[in-house]
Design a protein around this ligand. Structure first.
Ligand code: GLV
Ligand code: MN
Length: 225
């Protein structure tokens, strides 16, 4: 049998098949790995560190390990961006350990912005519970996708892409987001670039953004740097 001029037994065809199989099985193309047991409640105080957290001894596991009440209260949105993220990741909810999922509660003051950021280890989906949010993300090809959503509407942000949510309604807003990682991580562009420790050299920022030194200083000062 031949495909695009290649015989199925030709070395090129076999090599192509091996590359496809390798790509499909490579962890780089999936989110958190699948668990190898029913659960593994994180022992956040374990003295050793692994890719995730070691499990608590099963005899110490209780019902409470599988429930989380951290989303009951609205977060305090009195801050620069008018937003508060309450993370329901493995650090707050150890029962998530090895399960490859987590959630956030996101509260917005009127006009509040969850600033442009990305999650290095997860795709994100979200649902608006209250208010009106402009949700947007930019692809690696610089294409901007966005939509204004109201209660009950859902969105998805593909893995690693820069995205934001802006409260464009009259009152406060609330959304819940979900991730295919127990610890998705967040690279928040304003603070990553202008409030790192130690600071990124000024020249990188002035050249990178084509701005003057005083603009860099002014942005840094807004973050207390
Ligand atoms: C929203 O973008 C979130 O990361 O929870
Ligand atoms: Mn996000």
């Amino acid at each position: 049998m031949a495909f695009m001029g290649l015989s199925i037994s030709s070395p090129s065809y076999l090599l192509f098949g091996m590359v496809v199989l390798w790509l499909l099985s490579s962890p780089a193309f999936s989110a958190d790995p699948d668990p190898l047991q029913d659960f593994c409640v994180a022992d956040l105080n374990a003295p050793i560190s692994v890719n995730g957290f070691p499990c608590k001894p099963i005899t110490n596991v209780t019902s409470d390990d599988f429930f989380f009440d951290g989303f009951i209260k609205a977060g305090n949105t009195t801050n620069t961006f008018g937003v508060n993220l309450t993370a329901g990741n493995v650090l707050a909810f150890p029962g998530l350990n090895t399960l490859g999922i987590s959630m956030n509660r996101v509260d917005f003051a009127p006009g509040g912005l969850n600033p442009p950021h990305s999650h290095p280890r997860a795709s994100e989906s979200g649902v608006v519970i209250e208010g009106k949010l402009l949700v947007g993300f930019v692809t690696t090809g610089n294409v901007f996708f966005s939509k204004v959503l109201t209660a009950g509407q859902m969105f998805v942000i593909p893995n690693g892409l820069v995205h934001f949510q802006l409260n464009v309604g009259k009152g406060k807003a609330l959304a819940f987001t979900a991730f295919n990682s127990q610890l998705p991580g967040a690279v928040v562009l304003p603070s990553t670039l202008f409030a790192s420790s130690p600071s990124i050299p000024d020249e990188v920022l002035t050249k990178g953004f084509q701005i003057d030194d005083d603009v860099v200083k002014s942005i840094r000062s807004k973050f207390g740097f």
